[in-house]
Design a protein around this ligand. Structure first.
Ligand code: AMP
Ligand code: MG
Length: 399
């Protein structure tokens, strides 16, 4: 059986970054930039005032000096003339500095009386002046390919006049649930049936990872039915199924993947929850067969599918942040597989976050996933005692 690290390595070595596309600048939020951005503009384009006040020559300023106000310039306009010795010009925030001026004196630092201002003190050269190009110079490389675009980058792109930008494509992920017992959302489960959970939790995880989910619905436990759904996912970049990957007679997913033309690279990873997981390639596209229990499906997505999707999206950082936390109660991991146990994090761990199991750790107990802030990584046959520290994969922002 492979370790989690070996399995992840095997997966990532067979997954590569997708192509690029042009998107509107707002749609680039959260995407990975695929081109360098070199500024074609000077920002700000000209020296301007950062205050409402008077544009002056710094050398004319001292307490008690009186300057004559020779004009007025507002944001969006141009100064009508230059200022000379002993002159000032009324100016507003964002307005271009008139030629001859090299400083602004804020309006609260002068007494203004018909056409003149008397200064309360001196100002230094460049005071309250935003120099041309102080933010961005023409020709400067401001963003590198590979950065994940957040709100500040979107603003910068807009400032530089980019209505569109080149980013890596979002992976299209086809999702198939398998099992005779599954009743899909919208139908009341009949006798012996259970509601289909995984299609929805997995599609949500794909969305959270920046991918584009496509549902292939539910297939019964019949080889041709599963194979047909897999073949139908021709437009997808990734195929993801859940259930039917164990060793029972009705565990047909591996066989169906193979019949659909996939080459399988791995099965079974030493972890809890989630041991059976299949990964292969189908015409160069990754296919994953995740386990059926809802928590196992989510945890294996987290550990294997998420990093693969991030790599395909051009991301550099493929793993979640981890932290050390103090166990607030014992965290047992019986058995010979590494545990990824659902924990709630809190502020009371004495110098580090505290971690406590969210409850019953059965792989079908979705409520304990709902309550989880992270997954504590516990070695096999180990009980972490109260007060000891544990490694936690952080799944969401701490409360
Ligand atoms: P299997 O691997 O097919 O034996 O499935 C393991 C467990 O997961 C069984 O109890 C299934 O009923 C359950 N299961 C499989 N698929 C889903 C699903 N889409 N939603 C909820 N439970 C599921
Ligand atoms: Mg099944």
């Amino acid at each position: 059986m492979l370790t989690v690290e070996e399995a992840l390595e095997a997966i990532l070595s067979r997954v590569s970054v997708l192509g690029t596309e042009h998107v509107d600048v707002l749609a680039s939020l959260g995407r990975v930039l695929a081109e360098p951005i070199v500024s074609r503009r000077e920002i700000p384009p000209w020296a301007n005032s950062s205050m409402d006040g008077y544009a002056v020559r710094a050398e004319d300023t001292r307490a008690g000096a009186a300057l004559s106000v020779v004009g007025r310039v507002e944001a969006g306009a141009l100064p009508s003339r230059a200022i000379g010795l002993g002159e000032a010009m009324r100016i507003f925030t964002g307005a271009p500095l008139p030629p001859g001026a090299d400083a602004v004196i804020p309006q609260e630092d002068v007494e203004a009386t018909n056409g003149r201002v008397t200064l309360k003190g001196a100002v230094a050269r460049a005071a309250y002046v935003r120099a041309a190009g102080e933010d961005v110079r023409v020709g400067e490389r401001v963003l590198e390919p590979g950065v994940t675009l957040s709100a500040a980058e979107v603003g910068l792109l807009a400032t530089l006049g980019h209505a569109q930008v080149t980013v890596y494509r979002r992976p299209r992920v086809a999702i198939l649930s398998t099992g005779n017992e599954l009743a899909d959302l919208g139908t009341e489960p009949g006798p012996g049936q259970i509601p289909n959970t995984n299609t929805y939790s997995l599609m949500a995880q794909v969305l959270e990872t920046g991918g584009d989910p496509i549902s292939l619905g539910v297939a019964p436990d019949l080889l041709p039915a599963i194979e047909e759904r897999v073949r139908r996912a021709r437009d997808a970049d990734v195929i993801l199924s859940s259930a039917g990957v164990s060793v029972g007679e009705l565990d047909l997913v591996r066989e169906a993947f193979t019949r659909a033309g996939a080459e399988l690279h791995l099965w079974q990873v030493s972890m809890r929850p989630g041991k059976p997981i299949t990964f292969g390639s189908l015409g160069g596209r990754p296919v994953f067969g995740l386990p059926g229990n809802p928590v196992s499906a989510m945890v294996t997505f987290e550990l294997f599918v998420r990093p693969a999707l991030l790599k395909m999206s051009g991301r550099r950082r493929l793993t979640r942040p981890r932290l050390r936390a103090r166990a607030l109660a014992p965290i047992p991991n019986p058995g010979s597989r590494r545990g990824y146990l659902r924990v709630q994090l809190s502020a009371n761990g004495e110098g580090m976050p505290g971690a406590r199991l969210t409850g019953e750790q059965g792989s079908a107990i979705l409520r304990s996933m709902v309550a989880a802030d992270g997954l504590a990584v516990i070695p096999p046959d180990t009980t972490v005692a109260t007060g000891d520290t544990v490694d936690v994969i952080v799944l969401r922002e701490l409360p």
